[in-house]
Write a protein that binds this ligand. Structure first.
Ligand code: FES
Length: 157
């Protein structure tokens, strides 16, 4: 019966070494997390809509955003162009629009929803055709990226 206790004693002797290793890993992980957080998420201060404007503004005119066939009628397609996250929409067949996918509430990434655009963070809803706020806490519409459609491609104007 004393055996298991002695084994635990042996394990304890090795424990500081393991702790030291874990502490080292933990520090590295913490540094990585800090680096990742410092990279950009405006968490906690995201009430401003400047980020959304910057996101849409990063798209130069003449950039191909999507193939028209890839955008569902009555829906949207998420794309990233030039580092900007966008939603290309087709509210009615043959009518296309594009918007920044950065929510004007706290800068989460808005996704295609059921006949609308939906923010997964606090359920703001946006109109497919205009980017207008349909519901939720978003204070402003999604910034629009003007588009043209030619040769089966939706292109920023
Ligand atoms: S970030 Fe809050 S609703 Fe989008």
């Amino acid at each position: 019966m004393d055996g298991p206790h002695r084994d635990e004693g042996i394990v304890d002797r090795h424990a500081p070494t393991r702790r030291a290793v874990l502490a080292g890993s933990g520090s590295s992980a913490a540094l990585l997390l800090l680096a990742a957080c410092g990279g950009g998420a405006p968490s906690g201060t995201g009430d401003r809509s400047g980020t959304a404007g910057e996101g849409a503004g990063a798209v130069a005119p003449g950039e191909v955003l999507a193939r028209a066939d890839d955008v569902p009628v009555g829906g949207a397609l998420s794309v990233t162009v030039g580092g900007a996250q966008l939603l290309v929409t087709q509210p009615e067949e043959g009518t296309f629009a594009a918007f920044s996918a950065i929510c004007t509430h706290q800068a989460c990434t808005v996704a295609p929803g059921d006949g609308e655009l939906l923010c997964p963070c606090h359920a703001s809803r946006y109109d497919l055709a205009t980017g207008a706020v349909l519901g939720g806490p978003a204070p402003e519409p999604l910034p629009e990226v003007p588009v043209t459609v030619a040769s089966g491609e939706v292109t920023s104007a």
